[in-house]
Design a protein around this ligand. Structure first.
Ligand code: NAP
Ligand code: MG
Length: 520
């Protein structure tokens, strides 16, 4: 077998290099060559057209159609389930090395077409160059990382149990679960989609994949890459459709063995409740992995560099228009720093150039769609009642779904804009007297995804490590941008089921251990 090098993160593209800007423009041209194409469902490797389609739109320019995507109804969802059940018979018994190989090859294919994949996210999701590039890099990382993890599990599990000489021989191996329902969000339309999909299939499962409604073209492009890499038909059945029909079918079906979901708390909780019900004919308890929202806080301690704090707050709150589960949406600032940080932050935020991110000088694009636009605008209205506006606040949907980076200050920790996930470019700031109070406010949330502490005080940093209850805690840096294999990612409490994507135990969520003892 070929040598497998240790995992190493995919480097980010340096956009200060003009050649890379040129390559990005070329990527955009490739995407433009297939704008408006039709994408039928993919079931058992067959392309199936239905009588219902949706048009995927460019959120920066609603006049531009990205693709026409066929939608599954219950009829096709049922066929997809049959296909996945049939493919499971062979795929679950396929050598782990072959399964891993599909991921290694697909990673190479995506890497070769990196600028095209990123450019497609600029068009379909409104991601600026650096954000889209990081998304594609993360997708590559997930495939490289999970492929290695699968090899490690298949090679080494046995070594973790003992046998008794002349008495018994013990084997311990991880086997796949069955057919999974994979339901993905739009905000990391390639990375999270790739991570959730390939983790499930490299561990030997087959799936029904329902991507988020607004980013279905990129899902097709990933599947094409996996097919080109040798993925057998029926392993991934791509059934875009609405959450309320296809989504419900997938989570409630008695033959669904597990559900892997990333999205909002509301939908995640609903899935968790539904999945708990044992359906007629169901002969197992469904396993549920749900990764949900966040209300992530950054604490700015006394004595920290003011400009640096402002830069970190800006990057954490407004990268990809604040549409990251890890985005900072609360800032908790010590009294003695408060006025200075506000002033510096206002100046920083005013440097953000909002617009269509196809232009490389734009560093913040639109929000996802009309629903997101309206919801965020509503929260800005609430913000005016609950705090004072520092900067931003305007919205314009004439051409695309644009909302200014917006900051409210003097907000009470119990206010709605300090408690509810807005999922847009809105940061709420509160003032505290002591560091202990800052941590108490930070922990005063039903969510527990990410958080950061900016401090020069070693004791305070140590205290935060012990007390700040989040799945991903960052010290003296931004609270977004976890890297596969380096910072296993996933939150506590209402942020999810405590799993860690890109972490050493992740694949085992989609497997079960079988112990075999033979006596001599
Ligand atoms: P969402 O509205 O909950 O949707 C997520 C997925 O669930 C979509 O594919 C959606 O389909 C589907 N869905 C909706 N209703 C359903 C139902 N009744 N049954 C089955 N599936 C259903 O979330 P989103 O707006 O796409 O994503 C943003 C959210 O994701 C934020 O809350 C963010 O914090 C969270 N997020 C969390 C993480 C993490 O790792 N913890 C990472 C990224 C994002 P439709 O698109 O067709 O509605
Ligand atoms: Mg949605």
């Amino acid at each position: 077998m070929m040598a497998i090098y240790p995992f190493k993160m995919e480097p980010f593209t340096d956009f200060s290099n003009k050649d890379n800007i040129k390559r990005y423009h070329e990527g955009l041209k490739v995407v433009e060559s297939y704008l408006g194409s039709e994408y039928p469902l993919v079931i058992d490797g067959e392309r199936i057209k239905t009588n219902q389609t949706i048009v995927s739109k460019n959120p920066s320019d609603h006049g531009e159609d990205i693709g026409i995507v066929h939608q599954a109804s219950l009829k096709e969802a049922k066929i997809a389930m049959e296909s996945a059940l049939k493919a499971f018979e062979t795929w679950s018994k396929t050598d782990a090395k072959m399964r891993a190989d599909v991921l290694f090859k697909a990673a190479s294919i995506v890497r070769k077409r990196k600028f095209e994949f990123s450019a497609l996210m600029t068009k379909e999701a409104g991601k600026p160059y650096n954000e889209a590039d990081a998304d594609t890099a993360e997708a590559i990382d997930f495939m490289e990382y999970y492929a290695r993890q699968m090899l490690e599990i298949s090679d080494n599990k046995d070594k973790q149990v003992l046998s008794r000489r002349n008495l018994e021989r013990n084997e311990y191996k991880m086997i796949p679960l069955g057919v999974g329902a994979v339901i993905t969000p739009w905000n990391f339309p390639l990375a999270i989609l790739t991570g959730m999909t390939t983790s499930a299939v490299v561990s030997g499962n087959t799936i029904l994949l329902k991507p988020a409604s607004t980013t279905q073209v990129i899902a097709h492009k990933l599947l094409e890459a996996l097919e080109e890499a040798g993925l057998p038909k029926g392993v991934i059945n791509l059934v875009p459709g609405s959450g309320s029909t296809v989504g419900e079918f997938m989570i409630n079906h008695p033959k669904t063995r597990f559900i892997s979901f990333t999205g909002s708390k509301e939908v995640g909780v609903h899935i968790y409740e539904q999945a708990a019900k044992v359906q007629k004919g169901q002969t197992w308890l469904k396993r549920v992995v749900t990764e949900m929202g966040g209300k992530d806080a950054i604490v700015v301690d006394e004595g920290y560099d003011v400009k640096q704090a402002a830069e970190i707050l800006k990057a954490s709150a407004f990268g990809f228009s604040g549409q990251k589960c890890s985005a900072a949406s609360r800032a908790i600032i010590l009294e003695s720093m408060y006025d200075d940080v506000l002033e510096a932050l206002k100046a920083e935020v005013q440097t953000i150039k909002l617009g269509n991110p196809e232009d490389e000088t734009i560093n913040m694009g639109p929000v996802n769609d009309e629903n997101a636009f309206n919801k965020i605008k509503e929260y800005i209205g609430i913000g005016h009642d609950e705090g004072r506006l520092l900067v931003g606040g305007n919205a314009d949907d004439a051409k695309g779904w644009f909302i200014e980076p917006t900051v409210f200050y003097d907000v009470d920790p119990k206010a709605r804009i300090m408690q509810e996930e807005i999922f847009g470019p809105v940061l709420s700031i509160t003032k505290v007297k002591t560091f202990d109070q800052a941590l108490a406010v930070a922990n005063d949330s039903e969510y527990g995804l990410t958080g950061a502490v900016l401090s020069n005080n070693r004791e305070h940093l140590e205290k935060a490590k012990a007390v700040f209850h989040v799945g991903n805690l960052y010290l003296n840096r931004k609270c977004t941008g976890a890297i596969v294999g380096y910072q296993p990612f996933g939150g506590f409490d209402m942020s999810g089921t405590d799993s860690k994507a890109g972490g050493p135990e992740y694949l085992q969520l989609f497997m079960q251990g079988k112990t075999i003892t033979e006596q001599f």
